[in-house]
Structures are given as C-alpha cells and as structure tokens.
Design a protein around this ligand. Structure first.
Ligand code: PHE
Length: 470
C-alpha cells in the first residue's frame, strides 16, 4: 500500500475497535426508532425487501468505498476528497462531497438529538414507574404529553446535545470504545428478549407477516388511512425512502464512515469489517421490527402511527411484563447509548474539518458544531407542537419531516452516488486495488463491477422514478 498520509487525530488501536465504533455509528435510532415507523408507514414487507436490496447492492459496496477513501486520505472528508482528487488527477471539485456531508450532518444531528431526547425522557418515565400497567391509550397520551411540551423537549434535546459535545470534544476514540463493546451486545440481548415477549404476548404471526410478506404492488404505492379503508395511489416515494434509509442506517453518504475510516490501521481488511457492520445493523433493525409489530397488532394500534410508534408500543410491553419497570429502564438507557454512539459520528466530519483546516482546538470545534445543531434543532422541537399545524407545513411535511427527508432521502444518496463515481471513475482502479488489497481477484472484480455500474445506476433509477420520469 502506498499510503503516505497520517491522521492528525490519531488512530483506532485495532481493526476490532474500528468495527465496534462503526457498529456504534450504524446502530442507533435509525434501527430501533426509524426503521419500524417508516416500515409501518410504507406498508411493510415490500418496503423491507427493497430496503434489504439497497443494503446489499448499494450500501455495502459504498461503505467499502467510504472506508477506503477515508483510510487513503487520513483526514476529514472535505480534505480527504480534495487531496485524493489532486493525487489521482481529478478535479478538486470532488470536495463538494465533503461539504454536502457536513451540511447533511447538521440537518441530521438537529433532529436526531430531539428524538434521542425522547428516549432520555422515557428512561426517567419508566424508572419512576410511570408506565406500570399502562394501556394502549395511556401510552399514547403519555407520548402526546411529552411531545406537546416544547419545554420538556428542549431540556432533553439540550442534555443529549451536551452529551454528544462532551464525547466529541475528547476525541471519539476515548471512552466510547469500551462502552460500545459491552453495551451493544447487551442491547442485542435485550432486543432478543423483547422479541420473545412479543412472540408470547403479541400477535406474532401478523407482525411477522407484516414485515416479511412481500406484496410488491405496494412498493410503488403510497397508502394512507386505516386498514379497512386503505387509500392507495401511485408514488415513487416508498422506493426513495427505502433507499434513503439504507444510507441513513449504515451512516453512509455524508462522510461519517469516511471520517472513521481515516483512523483505521493500515493492514485491516475493509471487506470483512464492512460485512460485519452491515450484518449487525440489519439484524438489529429486523429484531426491532419483530419486537414492535406483534405489539402494534395485539393492541389494536395503527402501524402507520408515525415517529411516535415505538414510544407508544414498547411502554405497553414494559408496563405489563414482569419486571418491566427495570427492564424498560435499561432498554431505554441502552437506546440512548446507541443514539449517543451514532450522534458523535454525525458530528465528526465537521469537527475534524474545523480542527484540520482552522486549527481549532477539538473542544472548541465540538462546542461550535453542537451549538449550531442544537439551535437548528429548536425547529425540530417545535415541529411536534407549535409548528405542527398545516400552516407551518410544506408539501404536507413539518420542518422535522422536511429535514429528515432532505438529508436522508436526497443528500445521503446523492453523496453516495458521488462517492461511488469518484472511486470508480474519478480516481480509478489502481487506487481501489491498492487500498482494498483483496487477495481474491474475483471478489475484487465483483465489487468493482457493482461500484461502477450497479450502485450508481440503482441510485439514479430510484431518483428518476421518484420524480416521475418512469
Ligand atoms: N446510522 C445512524 C442510525 O441508524 C444514524 C446516522 C446517520 C449516523 C448518518 C451517522 C451518519 O441511527
């Protein structure tokens, strides 16, 4: 390998630590909060099938590309893209990938922190016995009370942003490593227990069927309304959202994984790491779905309840299962932790860039980035109360929905498209061959074909379909 760059921010102590940190970044609210709620909104099985196809054909190859670029450039995504473009004789304009990633990061962090704040609030709600014996209506009204109160949301949003800033200021490598190694497996075990509970107490057959029964007619339709009176119309939106979510859940398209890639040791296998990260992420999302939908159906709730879905269903389980008070408390704590290990990676591209290019101290950069995201986040807080009305909506979406839509479904896939194009056409085969160092030629050739043609065309087709070209 001919890597002459050295990262200013240090290195992961081993490949395993990188994998853990990347799993920490990937596994978060996207898996446990967002995946179930958008699957519910977009009709279940067919949506899940498209999402899984996007993970395999677009997500995994692009994750390999992001890690290899990061390790090659050993800097923040903006600087990495600029340096590598120069070295490979391509236009410095490729650094736009880095800039758009920083913007997307601000948008994402500004709503991520608000939702993580909900999880924080539920840690205390559960611990204090507030969910004991709660009914479906009771759980819905508790959630309504929380999101209806801008004051409470602001407090939790602020606490979570502060937590993020503290870790980012110290450098993502310190502290988080050990915590991720213990807490992530624990979250996994608790999810398995939740699935077992859902299997016994919920309507498991219906939940399972909803997640895995693929009615492809639904992929191109947007259906609204209650199950008995479903209104469906043709739309490219479900496809776009499924693809956007594949990027969001794997932390791709905005440089988070590229930034982490900059700290990967020289001889670590990128392919192996990628497969592990993607597998862990997918399994957690599917487990979350299997834990939630049986409860949704058993309690007569609508799968399309929206962003509040898990906060209206899991409390029913915690409130009524033996030992649910402490089990639920630990579960929400772990959810906060999963969100925490993701939010620090969302801030990393911006912070690393400020440190490198402006020579700011890490702590100053972290406070500035967190502060700005916190401020933009006020709009997300108000989207659930003062600004929830139609007069504050655009295209039927609140500010919160708009930020999520723009970042996850447009900016991340666009970033991913550019990353694939840069690796495949801007830089070229030699760089990828050197950096990936895959010993089996066939495997490299397969990846090369996918990153050159399959992933970019896939993204382009979904984009064109969503604007109605076909
Ligand atoms: N992947 C994280 C999740 O699923 C969110 C995230 C998005 C993290 C983009 C980094 C970059 O919760």
């Amino acid at each position: 390998m001919s890597n002459q760059h050295v990262s200013m921010q240090g290195m992961w102590s081993s490949r395993a630590v990188f994998v853990m940190a990347a799993v920490g970044s990937a596994v978060g609210l996207g898996n446990i909060w967002k995946f179930p709620y958008i699957t519910g909104e977009y009709g279940g099985g067919a949506f899940v099938a498209v999402y899984l196809a996007c993970i395999a054909l677009i997500g995994i190859p692009i994750m390999m590309a992001e890690i290899l670029l990061g390790r090659r450039g050993r800097a923040s995504p903006i600087i990495t893209m600029r340096t590598l473009a120069r070295e490979e004789g391509a236009s410095p304009a490729w650094s736009v990938v880095g800039y758009s990633g920083v913007v997307a990061g601000f948008l994402i962090l500004s709503f991520y922190s608000v939702i993580a704040g909900w999880a924080l609030a539920y840690v205390f709600q559960t611990a204090s016995g507030g969910l004991n014996q709660v009914s479906a209506e009771g759980a819905a009204s508790l959630f309504g009370d929380l999101v209806g109160s801008p004051g409470q949301l602001m407090v939790w949003h602020s606490v979570f942003m502060l937590m993020t800033v503290v870790v980012v200021a110290r450098g993502v490598r310190y502290g988080i490593e050990r915590a991720v190694t213990i807490l992530m497996p624990l979250l996994f075990v608790m999810l398995v227990i939740m699935v077992a509970y859902a299997a016994v107490e919920g309507d498991f057959a219906r939940g399972f069927d909803f997640l895995f029964n693929t009615d492809f007619a639904r992929v191109f339709q947007l259906c609204t309304g209650p199950a008995e009176d479903l209104q469906c119309s043709f739309s490219g939106e479900p496809l776009l959202v499924a693809m956007g979510h594949a990027f969001f859940t794997l932390s791709l398209g905005m440089g988070a994984i590229m930034a982490y890639g900059a700290y990967v040791p020289e001889h670590a296998s990128i392919t192996g790491a990628t497969i592990t990260i993607a597998l862990a992420d997918t399994v957690v999302a599917l487990l979350a779905g299997l834990a939630i939908f049986p409860i949704v159906f058993a309690s007569g709730l609508e799968p399309s309840a929206g962003p509040g879905l898990i906060f209206q269903t899991l409390p029913i389980a915690f409130g009524n299962m033996p030992g649910g008070q402490w089990f639920g408390t630990v579960f929400f704590l772990l959810l906060v932790f999963a969100a925490w290990s993701s939010s620090i990676s969302i801030a990393e591209p911006a912070v690393a860039w400020l440190v490198e290019s402006r020579r700011w101290r890490r702590s100053v950069a972290a406070v500035m980035v967190g502060g700005l995201a916190w401020f933009i986040g006020i709009g997300s807080v108000l989207s659930f109360n003062y600004w929830s009305g139609e007069e504050y909506q655009l295209f039927g979406k609140t500010l919160f929905d708009l930020k999520d839509f723009l970042a996850s479904n447009i900016m991340l896939p666009l970033g991913g498209l550019l990353i694939a194009l840069f690796v495949a056409f801007g830089a070229g085969r030699r760089m990828a061959l050197e950096e990936l160092a895959i010993s089996r030629q066939r495997l490299f050739d397969a990846w090369w074909f996918v990153i050159r043609y399959v992933s970019p065309l896939g993204i382009a087709i979904v984009f064109l379909n969503s604007i109605g070209v076909f």
